[in-house]
Design a protein around this ligand. Structure first.
Ligand code: FHN
Length: 449
């Protein structure tokens, strides 16, 4: 990014900060209240599980390999995760220091992990004969974690998804299923804290493409679907708010979102404390189970979590259990290691706000009331220069107990610290004489870049 563009983006952030309250400009008070627990939670477990797990080639295997719907449907007769142990899933999340879990209740292939009397393609009518969502919800709640359900309105079994105007009856049947199944999920399983929609909204219709004279091409960026079909998200949303008034939803339908999604390690993006957002990504490079998935290194996981939280977001980290229902042990081990780090350093993550030092080459910062946590991710030696801070630093210490000092002057702060031997994150606490929420964003100076 050119220095001019960087200045522009920093100015935009500063303006946003000036307009907004120190933490979030409430999109609306009700949404801000609904999502308060989620903003403090910071970290959740995503679970992609379904009949696709049997084939061990990810959750898009049906589309990627163009498996006919009738062929693919036979997988339900093989679906029998005999080691399915939802308390173990919940414990893995808890051991990781995660505060919520989001399970795919139905992905694009149409296989529902819950009971739907009007669908034969469900876990209840499969060889497994059990309502996975019911057992999952019970276990996650019992573990004291918040309950999330992923749901994909689109369903590859309906030609009306691909050609909503040509196969209008099929598209309407798909919408009827959407409205019916959301009703089932929000009335049959008690309190649901998060509904994570995926593959909804008009822009997914037609596979994000547009047909013309019998042809098809990708819809030009920014050009929305303009056909005659509607998901009727307003109907879904009215029903949702009635059945689960406190549930929070993401921005992947056309209904009002409580939080926004970024997807993949590469989508870390910019600092944004104006709208609640979450980065979802995989722990092992795959959403649905893939036999050759390699778990990401611990430092990559922890540093991503710190970078996300230091930009104002939450991290939703995904596992895809094996066909037998077990999360691969190396992934469970990694989750435990992340939890060990959060046990020691969680106060610099949970219930914090991003800033006031904006992200820079040095790393990021977070704060909680009158304590700033400077996360030094890329130490250069044992000192770090930070721009002037419009508050008095009354105490400076290193979270791991190692020696750290802070020299404050009108020119800025000079931190002297002991780099984290594991090279993960050196966290310096700066105790202020006031609440950090009143401090405007502080762009990185050259020293701290
Ligand atoms: O197509 C899906 C994909 O399979 C996966 O579920 C991700 C997770 O966010 N969402 C969609 C791709 O954006």
């Amino acid at each position: 990014m050119s220095p001019r563009a960087q200045r522009r983006s920093i100015c935009a952030i500063v303006i946003l900060w000036l307009i907004a309250c120190p933490r979030f400009a409430p999109a609306d008070e009700a949404s801000d209240q609904r999502i308060a627990w989620w903003r403090d939670a910071k970290f959740g477990l995503f679970i992609h599980f379904g009949v696709y797990s049997i084939l061990k080639r990810g959750e898009w295997v049906q589309w990627n390999e163009q498996i006919p719907v009738s062929e693919y449907a036979k997988l339900a007769d093989q679906f029998n995760p005999e080691l399915f142990d939802p308390p173990a899933w919940a414990q893995a999340a808890k051991d990781a220091g995660m505060k919520y879990v989001v399970l795919t209740s139905r992905h694009h292939d149409g296989f529902a992990l819950f009971n739907d009397p009007q669908s034969d393609f469900t876990s209840v009518k499969s060889a497994f004969k059990r309502d996975i969502v019911a057992e999952y919800v019970k276990a996650v709640r019992a573990a004291g974690l918040r309950v999330g359900l992923y749901y994909s309105p689109l369903d590859w079994r309906f030609p009306g998804f691909f050609f909503p105007d040509l196969y209008r009856d099929s598209a309407i049947a798909m919408r009827d299923q959407y409205l019916r199944q959301v009703k089932l999920l929000t009335t049959n399983y008690g309190k649901i804290d998060i509904l994570w929609f995926d593959g909804g909204g008009v822009d997914w219709l037609g596979f994000n493409g547009v047909t013309f004279n019998g042809g098809w091409h990708a819809r030009p960026a920014g050009k929305h679907y303009s056909g005659g079909f509607s998901w009727q998200d307003d109907r879904m949303y009215a029903q949702l708010r009635q059945d689960q008034p406190d549930v929070i939803i993401d921005n992947r339908t056309d209904a009002p979102a409580d939080f926004y999604t970024r997807e993949g390690d590469g989508a870390l993006g910019n600092f944004d404390n104006q709208q609640p957002w979450e980065l979802c990504t995989t722990l092992a490079g795959a959403w649905g189970y893939q036999a050759n998935a390699k778990v990401k290194p611990l430092d990559q996981c922890i540093r991503l979590l710190v970078k996300v939280v230091g930009r104002g977001g939450n991290l939703l980290l995904n596992v895809g259990p094996r066909p037998d229902g077990v999360i691969d042990p190396p992934q469970v081990q990694r989750l435990h290691e992340i939890g060990d780090w959060l046990n020691a350093n969680g106060q610099s993550i949970y219930a914090t706000c991003a800033g006031p030092f904006l992200p820079g080459h040095f790393g990021v910062s977070t704060y909680h009331r009158n304590t700033i946590y400077v996360h030094i991710l890329n130490p250069e030696g044992t000192t770090l220069g930070l721009p002037p801070l419009p508050a008095k630093v009354v105490q400076c210490r290193q979270l791991d107990g190692q020696k750290a000092t802070c020299d404050q002057s009108e020119q800025g702060l000079k931190l002297t610290f002991t780099p984290d031997v594991k090279g993960l994150d050196t966290i310096i606490l700066l105790q202020l004489d006031q609440n950090a929420a009143g401090i405007r964003p502080i762009p990185p100076s050259n020293d701290s870049n």
